[in-house]
Design a protein around this ligand. Sequence first.
Ligand code: CP3
Length: 363
Amino acid sequence: MTLAQPTTQLPITNYQSPFLSACKREPVDVTPVWFMRQAGRYMPEYRAIREKYSLLEICYHPELAAEVTLQPVRALGVDAAILFADILLPAIPLGVGLEFAKGEGPVLQNPVRTMDDVKNLRPVNPDSDLGYVMDAIRLLRGTLRHGSAQASNGVPLIGFCGAPFTVASYLIEGGSSREFLKTKTMMYSAPEVWHALMERLSVVLSDYLVAQIRAGVQAVQVFDSWVGALSPSDYEAFVLPYSQKVLTAAKNEGVPVIHFGTNTTTLLPLMKRAGGDVIGLDWRIPLDDGWKLLGDDVAVQGNLDPAVLFAPRDEIKKRVHDILRRAAGKPGHIFNLGHGILQNTPVDNVKIVVDLVHEYMER
Ligand code: CP3
């Protein structure tokens, strides 16, 4: 690639990313918008690649991971790219036997249930054991900065990891779960095993996130997708200190940190205490109420119900505008869904949301 090629792109030096500005609660001209799971099966371009490669094969090949990361940036015009990877990748070098079974989601051959299981978890060096993730980041930052034919105008790249609780729940349950019964049983009946596992995970996940930042991601998101299964007191005793370690490790690297969960209405003040420049809000709480609970000294991200993307255009518009009205032009709102894009979401409706957010003027 030659750097001197003519390009229709904005000069990067003058480009102020509205996403990064909003993370820092700086004023922006337009509200930035991106979507969790913006790369995925709802996109025909993604399905075309998935016909030939498994999810893990895409992750293992930096050029494929980079291509899939850029697909939604090109198709939708979102204000941030999220690295294509999965929160369970660090489980592979830990040695728990991760597989993505067709149609079933993640399955672990060797779940973690006892102190011996925790002790048998292998050491993880993110730069060697997850080097393919770092290579994808380096490839994307080259592409994103210098602009290959269709790359986007210096759109910032978000790295991510799972939070210790959400990753622990997969390790203990052996896959996805509704009740988190094995997870809570470990917490309540064998707290020493729980704390040993969370301690281990908080180190592995901190190292992994720091390695991503050093490879070039410009912001990070910590996904505590299932933490809303806990009461505030259990969150405080069993989760908060470990999430805090991961969030603080990332913060110390100097990039904005997004702390995300769902079903967290009663946990928001504690999640803020754990850390994050930006806190995720799902659709169960109106954006202004959630922001009031958190206080003005953090930014917020959200909070459209992913199911709204299946509604007619006028209904989508009403609900997008309702969120923007509640944000009231206050610096520090990043538009997103309250959780990831659902599988059969019409691409056109996702694009409608991007345009509605970018065209919204009433301030
Ligand atoms: O576009 C992006 O957001 C980046 C890529 C991304 C993936 N997983 C790829 C993926 C991200 C950010 C994740 C995070 C992730 N992975 C979470 C947290 C976010 C959330 O949704 O709460 C969780 C819980 C996982 C674990 C996981 N990975 C599950 C439960 C599944 C199966 C369920 C499903 O949706 O199929 C996966 C598989 C997975 N990871 C897919 C994608 C695009 C599914 C599509 C495929 O198989 O091609």
